[in-house]
Ligand binder design. Structure first.
Ligand code: NAP
Length: 291
């Protein structure tokens, strides 16, 4: 039996529409609109496209944009000064420093100093620590997107065997923490895992975040399992996930395609995070939809 496909594009659209309604309601209640600041150093075309996409998506839902672009030779101190200003600016709810930065700028070091309340990427050490300890905080966007896809499909997580392949700070680790917080029994795999295929076959929920095209074979999938493919790999045949989709879809119950699965969720969750950050900054109770 072929798996049902999870339509990440449609779910992301739905999240974005909901954020737009919630931003409008927030403003109607007399609050300032949320603001998203992006800081881009240099003129890398791919980074410019990412930043432009985030600003466009923000504007579409009524989030104010603060789009800072610095030349390739901007100094570390200049970028630091802008980030400090943004950290203290009450109109700015969320700050993103686009990485990588040119070599004279310690991008990772500066990004780590973004205050936790404005860390809408959820990737600073403080946000990561809050997540690991199960305390409130902003969570990374792609992992949040994965959880939203699972929630929308009522995938049972309590007591379920979840296997996450990949342990990066960006994807694997935070997804594992979120699944653990949802009471799944989580196994985290990596490049030194012994008999990866056998571990994957245990999974009720299998998350692939490796960066190797079609590495997860169809016969690694437990019949009826939910398979979430975070991988985005450019190959000669186009964009490919980490899962060998067709054979995996023969065995899975639910599966995300690539493209059109996890990918579109990241920006949607960034918008949601920005609204959440604005609400938290105003010390308003967070709406039930956000819990
Ligand atoms: P990463 O930092 O390179 O991490 C890859 C992880 O996979 C590492 O933990 C590595 O293990 C593990 N790994 C590598 N080879 C393996 C193998 N043969 N067996 C088992 N594990 C192995 O990559 P990432 O940033 O997490 O990204 C993973 C994928 O997700 C990429 O394709 C990326 O493009 C995609 N991605 C998509 C989105 C989205 O919006 N959909 C967002 C972010 C990333 P070690 O730790 O032992 O090295």
């Amino acid at each position: 039996m072929a798996a049902r496909r999870i339509d990440g594009k449609a779910i992301a659209q739905d999240v974005r529409a909901q954020v737009k309604r919630d931003v409008a309601a927030w403003v109607e209640h007399g609050h300032e609109p949320p603001g998203l600041a992006t800081v881009l150093v240099g003129d890398d075309p791919a980074s410019a496209i990412y930043v432009g996409g985030k600003q466009k998506a923000s504007a579409e839902v009524g989030i104010l944009g603060f789009d800072h672009r610095l030349p390739e030779d901007a100094s570390h101190e200049e970028v630091d000064a802008i980030l400090r200003d943004l950290a203290g600016d009450p109109r700015v709810s969320g700050i993103l420093l686009q990485l990588p930065t040119p070599p004279q700028v310690d991008g990772a070091g500066l990004a780590a100093k973004i205050p936790p309340g404005k860390d809408v990427d959820g990737l600073t050490p403080i946000s990561a620590g809050l997540l690991t300890q199960g305390r409130p905080g902003l969570r990374p966007c792609t992992p949040l997107g994965v959880m939203e896809l699972l929630r929308r499909h009522d995938v049972p997580l309590e007591g379920a065997e979840a296997v996450v392949v990949g342990r990066s700070d960006l994807v694997g680790r935070p997804i594992s923490s979120l699944l653990l917080a949802a009471n799944a029994t989580v196994t985290v795999c990596h490049s030194r895992t012994r008999d990866l295929a056998e571990v994957c076959r245990r999974a009720d929920v299998l998350v692939a975040a490796v960066g190797r095209p079609r590495m997860i074979r169809g016969d690694w999938v437990k019949p009826g399992a939910t398979v979430i493919d975070v991988g985005m790999n450019r190959t000669d045949e186009g964009l490919s996930g980490d899962v060998d989709f067709e054979p995996a879809a023969e065995r899975a119950g639910l599966i995300t395609p690539v493209p059109g699965g996890v990918g579109p969720m990241t920006i949607a969750m960034l918008l949601r995070n920005t609204l959440l950050a604005a609400q938290a900054a105003a010390e308003e109770p967070v709406g039930a939809a956000w819990r």
